[in-house]
Design a protein around this ligand. Structure first.
Ligand code: PCA
Length: 208
């Protein structure tokens, strides 16, 4: 492996009956790209309560990335959501892709109630908005797998004395996902997602 710093970028497989997940497409599109002095290495996480967080930790251990940005799709959100807080709680809204639905359980029984994102969240949010892309600072990543992965990564770093920037961004659904659903809600194009994630990675890269 060369001496370039690595940023781990993760997306998720499709879930909840959808055939696509914008975060999978973004992670694939940016895999191997250079941001400043760093290289993006992507991983696709399964929507599986055990294999999802496990795959993240395996990639973090194998790659030793200088920073990690995880992406998840939040259907019905209308803006790029830069997540501030991961909570130590699972209360799945729908089953995962293995049909498992967890109700009211902590992620790490011995862990703190919550962790703050260690990304410069306000700067990321402001830069995305400055580029003309709708964005928000979000106080909750929910209680499904995205929050679980967000919490798991921060808990791993905290319990191993590591301080690498680590955080999570939710993307809205793609226009074609909304077009094919029975109800109408907000969406964002892949092109706009790509611009926003590139901005986030550029901000993060300056901190590593
Ligand atoms: N979004 C889900 C899990 C996978 C994904 O892309 C979530 O928001 O928890």
């Amino acid at each position: 492996m060369d001496s370039k710093k690595r940023i781990l970028l993760t997306g998720f497989e499709p879930f909840g009956g959808s055939q696509v997940n914008p975060t999978q497409q973004i992670a694939i599109a940016l895999n191997g790209s250079c941001i400043g002095q760093s290289e993006v290495q992507s991983a696709i996480l399964p929507v599986d309560r055990k294999a999802g967080p496990q795959t993240l930790l395996e990639r973090m251990i194998a790659l030793e990335p200088a920073a990690v940005l995880c992406l998840g799709e939040a259907s019905r959100r209308v803006a790029i959501s830069v997540e501030r807080i991961a909570i130590n709680w699972m209360d799945y809204r729908i089953p995962d892709n293995q049909g498992e639905q967890v109700t009211d359980l902590p992620i790490a029984p011995e862990g703190p109630a919550a962790y703050f994102s260690t990304l410069p969240v306000r700067e990321i949010y402001e830069q995305i908005v400055a580029a003309g892309i709708p964005a928000e600072l979000s106080l909750s990543a929910g209680a499904y797998l995205c929050n679980q992965v967000f919490y798991t990564g921060l808990h791993y770093l905290a319990t191993h004395g590591k301080y690498n920037p680590f955080g999570f961004i939710h993307l809205p659904s793609l226009p074609e996902q909304v077009a094919h659903s029975l109800s109408l809600y907000g969406s964002m194009s892949l092109e706009t997602d790509l611009k926003a994630v590139h901005i986030a990675l550029t901000v993060i890269e300056k901190r590593i």
